[in-house]
Ligand binder design. Structure first.
Ligand code: UD1
Ligand code: UDP
Length: 380
């Protein structure tokens, strides 16, 4: 009997394990899963349980018509430390992999659930496939940057969104095979925009007009977990509200709501003239809010991409974005986190023409990824 703690290639089953766990992973992987289903490529869905509240999870299963996952890991809510959160998911995912023995594992992005899925696959010697490979922000203090680098260096198949990402991966001499596939968020937007227009009545409910408001989101640890940074950002938002005279809609992530409370900043936000704070929006409501906004201010990677695709000017409320093509296209300006920088960037973006070409190209990205999963990872 073997003492090896890996899965042997002859015991692997011809199926892909798609790992999700957070809101953005549901948005992106829904398009890939639709394509896997269309091509009859065997897969199963594993929810690592990082997000669990209905507004960050259940509503996306509803809007994007994602079938119930075969497995859902029950995680402990409100983790304080990345290690413990990642470890809990890793342990759960490993158990499921030992049960299912999939030939390939697909993770997408840079959240802790993806790192957990990646580590489980690597340790068991199952082919690991990473979407959004090669993206770099070059800020080593950011948890997502560690995750990206770690996942890329242990992946077998790297799905790079663009040539710059490919060149980053080549420069870092990763071991796996690199494919430039683009990002499936293009497909998610395209597949859902028309449905969102038909189904969402969020503009009426909030009594706002198309092109007559600013959309705001913020949730990154490096932004909202530091009182001084968060207070300065809020001051920047206040100046934009006063300067532009436009209403601001703010679907607030639970992490942000918590921190606002802890730092005594809730009232400061809620007193900004014209600002309406709402719970996190479902995908149809959010696409509608984003697509009709005059401007979006955010540090969400997914929202930065979607705003470029929908031709809505974006101010990135941090010191960097890894989505450089949005800046090059003229769709996005990285403001920094000082109030005067945020105001200046918002004024600049409010005055820009919105005629940039979509920097993420056409849909069909999910198909490119599914093709490789079917042909190369599962082998025909
Ligand atoms: C995570 C990802 C981030 C991604 C974001 C998408 C990491 C390191 N971060 O950040 O890259 O952009 O997801 O939204 O993986 N909470 C709830 N309900 C939930 C989930 C979280 O109330 O369903 C609250 C809890 O208090 C939790 C806090 O939000 O402690 C933070 O959640 P967590 O999953 O740790 O990180 P996110 O900020 O969501
Ligand atoms: N999103 C949403 N409702 C919201 C905020 C965001 O549906 O209230 C969607 C958004 O359209 C995008 C994704 O969630 O597709 C982005 O997720 P998030 O900002 O949580 O994470 P990030 O992209 O920064 O990792």
């Amino acid at each position: 009997m073997s003492n090896l703690k890996i899965l042997r290639s002859d015991e692997l089953t011809r199926q892909i394990c798609v790992v999700v766990g957070t809101r953005p992973s549901l948005v992106k992987q829904s398009a890939v899963m639709r394509e896997l289903t269309r091509q009859e490529i065997p897969f199963f869905l594993l929810h690592a349980g990082q997000h669990y509240s209905y507004e960050l999870d259940g509503v996306f299963f509803r809007d994007l018509q994602i079938p119930e996952p075969r497995y859902r890991i029950e995680t402990t809510p409100n983790y304080k430390y990345h290690g413990a959160q990642t470890a809990e998911m890793l342990r759960g995912i490993e158990e499921i992999m030992l049960e299912e023995k999939p030939k390939g594992v697909l993770v997408g992005g840079d959240a802790n659930c993806n790192l957990a899925g990646a580590l489980a696959a690597r340790k068991l010697q199952v082919s690991l496939c990473h979407e959004e490979a090669g993206m770099r922000g070059y800020d080593w203090l950011v948890p997502e940057e560690h995750n990206r680098v770690m996942i890329d260096h242990i992946s077998d198949y790297l799905f790079a969104p663009n040539e710059e990402a490919r060149s980053n991966l080549e420069g870092e001499k990763v071991r796996g095979r690199i494919f430039v596939t683009g990002t499936p968020i293009v497909d998610s937007v395209e597949e859902n925009l028309a449905i969102a227009r038909e189904k969402s009545d969020i503009l009426q409910r909030l009594r706002i007009q198309p092109d007559g408001y600013i959309l705001l989101t913020m949730h990154r640890e490096e932004t909202v977990d530091y009182k001084e940074v968060l207070a300065e950002l809020i001051e920047g938002v206040r100046r934009v509200a006063v300067g532009s005279g436009l209403p601001i809609v703010f679907p607030a992530h639970p992490r942000t709501v918590l921190r606002l409370g802890e730092f005594g900043l809730t009232e400061t936000v809620d007193r900004i003239p014209g600002l309406t704070r709402i719970p996190p929006a479902g995908y149809f409501d959010f696409l509608t809010l984003l697509g009709n906004a005059r401007l979006v201010m955010t540090e969400s990677g997914g929202t930065i991409q979607e705003s470029s695709i929908l031709r809505v000017p974006c101010v990135t409320l941090s010191g960097y974005t890894e989505w450089h093509e949005t800046e090059r296209a003229g769709a996005n300006l990285v403001s920094g986190q000082k109030a005067e920088q945020i105001l200046a960037a918002a004024e600049e973006m409010l005055s820009r023409d919105r005629n940039w070409p979509n920097p993420f190209g056409k849909s069909g990205r999910a198909k490119a990824i599914a093709d490789i999963l079917g042909e190369k990872v599962l082998g025909g």
